[in-house]
Design a protein around this ligand. Structure first.
Ligand code: DGJ
Length: 388
């Protein structure tokens, strides 16, 4: 009997010690938070909620990273809330800062709930001290036909942002790299009863849609922003029915266009552009156009933002490289304070449950001077200590 109670007491003691130890380690884990990236897994914010910032981009400002992205709902990809903002100082752990730009309730407003607000990007203008937000806007009930860019501003990085306007860029202006005979060609979309024929594709390459949209401005869908070392900013977007990318220079206050722009990869059918600069050279990773389904990434490089842009093979290598590891590019983030350290950011879309879409962040490696992406189940920023 005595032996029994000694055994019971020692069992209870062990149980108590074990639970205390587990409790301590859980507490420690919570304090430490994430110390790695886990591509494709659900990614909890400080409130233990999966980060909701899809098609996003990151602004580094005042020693903090701000991640802006599309708020996605459970059952629809149309905008029910707006553009979300998160902050972080280490890139692994993120705090929800709230909605940077909200949809509104006014019937007929450009950003009425149920419009499409995609791929938001924010840049900071040091002269005006304003944060400037660009995003792909489609008007409520109009599918993807508007092909507008929306512009909003704020004095505070996290917002709230004030919506200014939406537009199609560069009305009445020819791209720098469109030849005179392409500008004056009399071939119009009426000449073609079907798309995707050889003749039609040649006409697209020769500026068929630039001419069609000349008066009203060029279509602007998937997009990113890029600020160069000299402070000049560029809007890079899928134009011409998603067939050709445009790079357009922004005005000094970043709120309009200077009218200088080029076409990149005419007829190449690229979307989801993400761009970075390393040692004076520009690199751009894009996707093909297959809706929410993944496809093989494309890589371009140029010595000048104005081109010529050269296409290289798919930068992804290894299993599922032909599907960009089941994701689509959205942004390339230079890691602050580290030379030549860039993170490729992409979305793994889940259109049946948009809110569950996950994030594929991978370190960009370089081989023979070109970016290479390799799958990692888990990684941390120390990889950049090894690469050059
Ligand atoms: C692919 C684009 O990259 C996304 O941003 C979104 O517009 C989907 N297409 C819609 O199908």
């Amino acid at each position: 009997m005595k032996l029994r109670s000694i055994q019971l007491v020692s069992f209870l003691l062990t149980l108590f010690l074990a639970s205390t130890l587990i409790g301590c380690s859980l507490e420690k884990k919570q304090t430490l938070g994430f110390q790695n990236f886990y591509p494709g897994k659900l990614w909890s914010d400080a409130d233990s909620v999966h980060i909701n910032a899809h098609g996003g981009g990151i602004l580094y400002y005042d020693n903090t990273y701000y991640w802006f992205g599309e708020h996605k709902s459970a059952h629809t990809s149309s905008a029910q809330v707006g553009v979300n903002c998160y902050s972080s100082t280490d890139l692994y752990n993120w705090k929800h800062e709230g909605v940077a730009l909200s949809v509104n309730d006014s019937v007929g407003s450009d950003i009425e709930a149920c419009c499409v607000m995609e791929r938001p990007k924010v840049i900071y203008n040091a002269e005006t001290q304003q944060f400037v937000l660009y995003f792909h806007l489609e008007l409520k009930g109009k599918g993807y036909s508007a092909a507008h860019v929306g512009i909003a501003i704020s004095d505070k990085v996290t917002g709230p942002y004030t919506y200014l306007r939406s537009l199609r860029p560069n009305p009445g202006i020819w791209p720098q790299n469109m030849k005179g005979e392409q500008q004056t060609s009399t071939i119009t979309t009426d000449n073609f009863s079907a798309w995707w024929t050889e003749e039609w594709m040649q006409a697209v390459k020769d500026g068929l849609f630039v001419r069609r949209d000349f008066e009203g401005g060029q279509m602007s869908r998937d997009m990113t922003l890029f600020v160069d070392d000299d402070g000049k900013a560029y809007h890079i977007f899928a134009s011409e029915e998603n067939l050709t990318l445009h790079i357009a220079e922004l005005s000094d206050d970043y709120l309009s266009y200077t009218g200088t722009y080029i076409r990149v990869a005419p007829g190449g059918h690229n979307e989801a552009p993400a761009i970075f600069k390393k040692n004076g050279k520009y690199f751009m990773i894009t996707s093909g156009c297959t809706g929410w389904d993944p496809n093989a990434a494309r890589l371009f490089s140029a010595e000048s933002i104005w081109g010529p842009w050269t296409q290289h093979p798919n930068p992804c290598v290894g299993p599922d490289a032909d599907l960009t590891f089941h994701s689509q590019s959205t942004y390339i983030l230079p890691v602050a304070g580290k030379d030549d350290a860039f993170i490729f950011m992409a979305d793994r879309w889940t259109p049946k449950k948009p809110i569950e879409a996950s994030y594929i962040w991978l370190p960009i490696q370089f081989e023979n001077g070109l970016p290479v992406l390799k799958w990692q189940d888990q990684w941390d920023l120390s990889v950049f200590n090894e690469t050059k």
